[in-house]
Unconditional design. Structure first.
Length: 101
């Protein structure tokens, strides 16, 4: 996948999928309101994935990176097998965080 490295937070690399750049140009055509929507979408996806990643790290998982996509994100976890209890915590972290924003 084509990715653009943005920054690191809490030791986790955050990357942007190249399709996000296409959306910036697409929304730029439609004006300021669309660009504001794009920024809010980006922030929402980032914070959602960051919640997954922080809970994972706090439970001993190694998070390789966060990949931000236009309609979602991906927290890449190094481990192949994760205990069910931890997997449930990590899975619920993003949606629970969304309830607060």
């Amino acid at each position: 996948m084509e990715e653009i490295k943005l920054f690191k937070i809490f030791g986790i690399e955050v990357n942007l999928h190249i399709s996000f750049i296409f959306l910036i140009f697409l929304f730029a055509i439609f004006g300021v309101v669309a660009l504001i929507f794009l920024v809010l979408l980006f922030a929402s996806v980032f914070l959602h994935e960051l919640a997954h990643s922080i809970v994972g790290k706090n439970n001993g998982l190694h998070i390789n990176k966060i990949l931000l996509l236009p309609l979602g994100g991906l927290s890449e976890i190094k481990e192949n097998e994760i205990p069910a209890k931890i997997e449930i915590k990590v899975a619920l972290a993003g949606p629970i965080f969304n309830l607060f924003i």
